[in-house]
Design a protein around this ligand. Structure first.
Ligand SMILES: C[S@@+](CC[C@H](N)C(=O)[O-])C[C@H]1O[C@@H](n2cnc3c(N)ncnc32)[C@H](O)[C@@H]1O
Length: 333
């Protein structure tokens, strides 16, 4: 298997600076997708003028944000600064959402440091007009099948609403196995399985069925250090928006929300303050459209410029991704 992975770009400033040469967007620029009119902006999520420039009068039905949350221990002052930084992009989110819309935020909780920043973030949210709806945990694992690399990982997801948006119940791929005869319907004792609408269980508010992205997955975008699994973003989009709706993500990074929106026929406006992640986001969409792949597995988005082997030389477009993919394939070569 080839291995042209980029190192984590947050740890290799020299390489990140070199990649800036290949970026289409400079701070303040917005790329408009000529095919489906998505937008990628090199903008600051805390700036209200940047966000209204991005929206240009449109309103979204769903915002999914995954801000950086500095798991390096917060000191008291830094925590306050972090929360007031959050207040700004939360206020901007209120402004870009239409009535009856959903707002999902991924946040970390450092167990070695009073579970911060989650609790202070939740307290800050009490003073906004958003209403809390659910508090979810995505429990996933790293290093399946290895003795040394295994690590349990949990990520928290907060679900708020503006108004009363619709919510479409989702199902996992996990079959229902529990049986029970505890309910009478029309005088007849029925069991769980015959009453249920689906053969599979719902995700509930502890998601256990989503694999953390790692280098052997096709959706992997090397260089990125905080990529969310596509399946998790697709679940949110399907639960809280309709086809052709506008989805917004203020912290694009590897462009997961953009790719999920493309797969699910939504439009997506997304921004990142760093031109390199904006470029990666645009390239991920273009690469998907050209080759049907969701990421670079252990290749990388800048292989051509860096003079490393490119999959284009030997690759054929992957056939099955012409159809909609909702579950990315593991271990594809
Ligand atoms: C945790 S990552 C998001 C990961 C993303 N959900 C994914 O799946 O790839 C956070 C991103 O926010 C960006 N960022 C940090 N401050 C920002 C700001 N003020 N405005 C916009 N983006 C910002 C960082 O450059 C980083 O790429």
């Amino acid at each position: 298997m080839k291995n042209n992975s980029l190192p984590r770009l947050d740890k290799d400033e020299a390489l990140r600076r070199e990649l800036l040469k290949f970026c289409r967007l400079a701070p303040g620029d917005i790329w408009i997708d000529p095919v489906n009119q998505h937008k990628v902006g090199c903008l600051d999520a805390t700036s209200s003028s940047d966000m209204s420039k991005l929206m240009d009068g449109e309103l979204a039905s769903l915002a999914i944000h995954d801000p950086p949350y500095n798991l390096v221990a917060f000191k008291e002052r830094e925590l306050k600064e972090y929360i007031s930084w959050c207040e700004k992009w939360v206020a901007n989110t209120w402004d870009i959402l239409g009535n009856d819309s959903a707002f999902d935020i991924w946040l970390g909780a450092d167990q070695k440091n009073q579970f911060q920043p989650l609790p202070d973030f939740m307290i800050m949210m009490r003073d906004t007009n958003f209403e809390a709806r659910s508090f979810l945990t995505m429990r996933n694992q790293r290093g399946y099948g290895t003795q040394k690399n295994w690590m349990a990982v949990r990520q928290e997801l907060l679900y708020y609403v503006k108004g009363e948006p619709a919510f479409e119940v989702q199902y996992t791929d996990i079959p229902k196995i529990l049986r029970g005869y505890y309910k009478k319907v029309g005088g007849r004792v029925t069991e769980n399985l015959e009453r249920s609408k689906s053969k599979n269980i719902r995700p509930g508010n502890v998601w256990v069925d989503i694999q953390q992205v790692f280098y052997r997955m096709e959706e992997n975008v090397s260089g990125c250090y905080a990529q969310k699994p596509l399946k998790s973003i697709e679940r949110i989009i399907e639960a809280s928006s309709n086809i052709d709706d506008l989805v917004v993500d203020f912290f694009s990074h590897s462009g997961t929300t953009l790719i999920a929106s493309e797969l699910l026929n939504r439009r997506c406006f997304t921004v990142d303050i760093d031109p390199v992640y904006c470029e990666i986001t645009i390239r991920r969409l273009e690469y998907f459209r050209k080759w049907g792949k969701l990421g670079w597995q252990n290749g990388n988005p800048f292989e051509k410029e860096l003079g490393w082997p490119t999959p284009e030389k030997s690759g054929k477009k992957v056939k099955e991704t012409q159809e909609r993919i909702s579950q990315p394939t593991l271990f594809r070569n």
